[in-house]
Design a protein around this ligand. Structure first.
Ligand code: R5P
Length: 299
């Protein structure tokens, strides 16, 4: 039977695009808040015996999570064949260890919560550092889409003289493949995080690359502390203002404006979180991953 795509609030553009690309029906639903702050959820489209594909990116996750869990539970209750989740930005992945005694290991608990609510998950470049794959924390099929081929394509088209710079050793995993796809050189800097908002960056030896356009690439731009420190370090060495590319445009607390003020020449992000800096459309890659998890529609 034809799958049904259901958008949680704010995810209508991606949901529409996925429905078209998958030959699925774009379902109708309502999510709103009661005056007392509780969530109301209703699914208007018949989901019985059909795959239900919920679309909900989870930046600023806490207020979005309960409506999502209610919709997933409703879809199961209404006898959907399977309930899947397209969650382009998967939150809580950075708290992947008990850094201080008594802390919650949120990445694992969050995975347990989502894994109990849906039958499969598709996400984009989750922040995996101490976990080597989502399979370590999810017990459901969890498919990861990598943005790197399309970031490489953007660089080839717009900055083919780029010198790619990863702000820290964690970025090595994607910067190397982005650089290879774009056919440009790269280096990785050294970062020490002093707190939620404070980071220090020291430059590697970048000699010989000064004539190229510096392009910083990171997975998440949250407070932008990492990018701002990297922009500052490059500036001190007399480099041109860099282009800053992030997969996930979290931009907490005015971070976008602060990064521009710090001297970024241009900020480019993928569309995993709707934002004015979105330039790289990942819906085709996401649709490909979903296609392998659901029964095909007639289109
Ligand atoms: C952490 O290692 C990540 O790859 C990012 O560098 C980090 O999450 C960015 O956070 P912020 O923008 O707050 O510095």
């Amino acid at each position: 039977m034809t799958p049904v795509v259901l958008a949680l609030p704010g995810n209508e553009v991606l949901a529409g695009s996925l429905a078209t690309q998958l030959g699925a029906e774009l379902g109708q639903s309502e999510c709103r808040r009661f005056p007392d702050g509780e969530s109301y959820v209703r699914i208007d489209t018949e989901v019985r015996d059909r795959d239900a594909i919920l679309v909900c990116t989870l930046d600023r996750p806490d207020p979005k999570l309960l409506p999502l869990l209610l919709m997933a539970a409703a879809a199961r209750d209404l006898r959907a064949a399977k309930v899947g989740l397209v969650c382009p930005y998967l939150p809580y992945m950075r708290q992947d260890k008990r850094f201080r005694p008594g802390e919650a290991v949120s990445s694992a608990y969050f995975a347990t919560l989502l894994g109990g609510a849906v039958d499969w998950l598709v996400t984009v470049d989750p922040h995996l550092h101490r976990h080597s794959s989502l399979g370590e924390i999810f017990s459901i099929p969890a498919s990861v889409v990598h943005a790197s081929p399309l970031i490489s394509a953007w660089i080839r088209e717009h900055r083919n003289d780029a010198f790619l710079i990863g702000p820290d050793s964690e970025s090595l995993q994607w910067i190397a493949s982005v650089a290879e796809g774009a056919g440009v050189p790269y280096a990785v800097l050294h970062k020490v995080r002093r707190g939620d908002r404070e980071v220090e960056i020291s430059l590697a030896d970048l000699a010989g690359q000064e004539r190229r356009t510096p392009v910083l690439v990171d997975d998440i731009i949250s407070t932008a502390g990492t990018m701002i420190a990297a922009v500052g370090a490059l500036k001190k060495r007399g480099w041109a203002p860099p282009v800053c590319i992030g997969v996930h445009a979290v931009f907490a607390e005015g971070a976008h404006a602060r990064l521009l003020a710090a001297g970024a020449a241009e900020i480019v992000t993928c569309d995993t979180i709707p934002h004015e800096t979105n330039r790289i459309d990942l819906s085709g890659l996401i649709a490909g991953a979903v296609r392998s998890l659901v029964a095909p529609g007639p289109g």
